[in-house]
Design a protein around this ligand. Structure first.
Ligand code: RP5
Length: 163
């Protein structure tokens, strides 16, 4: 279980799906749990401990509103923690973004952008971290980037056909 995805509520799942899809594509073993910093603090602490015992190397925390899940997880582990702010109907995610990115010095959280792109990038950052020690993951990442570049070239050709 190399990676963990914590979501603060089941309502965050659609956003977290972006990270799930990347982990499946890269064949990264992961565990996803709904757990909240404020509604289920003990469960969150216990999960961190259990996952560390199972070999989890990086945690992703997806949460919205006064999003302190990533910071709370970071307080309980020395593994890297990546926060993904979720957009809210009231403040559009700026609330969660500022809550996640503005960690006081001492306990860092790597904060991604708001929403699904942020979740995708969080998983890709995990892939990059794991690539430091795992050659086959690094090779998959290299192929993934080559494919993206190819997609841009194809999009360019298609766009020029519209002129
Ligand atoms: C946060 O509050 C969750 O991460 C979620 O983004 C937001 C709303 O949660 P629900 O009221 O939908 O459960 O804790």
């Amino acid at each position: 279980m190399k990676a963990a995805i914590f979501i603060g509520s089941d309502s965050d799942f659609d956003i977290a799906q972006g990270a799930v899809d990347i982990f499946k594509e890269f064949e990264i073993g992961f565990q996803l749990e709904v757990t909240s910093a404020h509604r289920s603090p003990e469960r969150t602490e216990n999960l961190i401990r259990d996952l560390e015992e199972k070999g989890t190397e990086v945690f992703i925390a997806v949460a919205g509103k006064a999003a302190h899940l990533a910071g709370m997880v970071a307080a309980h582990t020395q593994k890297p923690v990546i926060g993904v702010p979720v957009g809210s109907a009231t403040l559009g995610g700026l609330d969660a973004l500022l809550s996640t990115v503005q960690m006081p010095k001492g306990i860092p959280v790597a904060c991604m952008g708001i929403g699904k792109s942020g979740a995708i990038n969080a998983a890709l950052l995990v892939v990059e971290i794991l690539s430091l020690k795992d050659k086959s993951t690094a090779e998959k990442l290299s192929r993934y980037r080559q494919q993206m570049a190819e997609n841009v070239r194809n999009a360019s050709e298609k766009t020029k056909e519209r002129i």
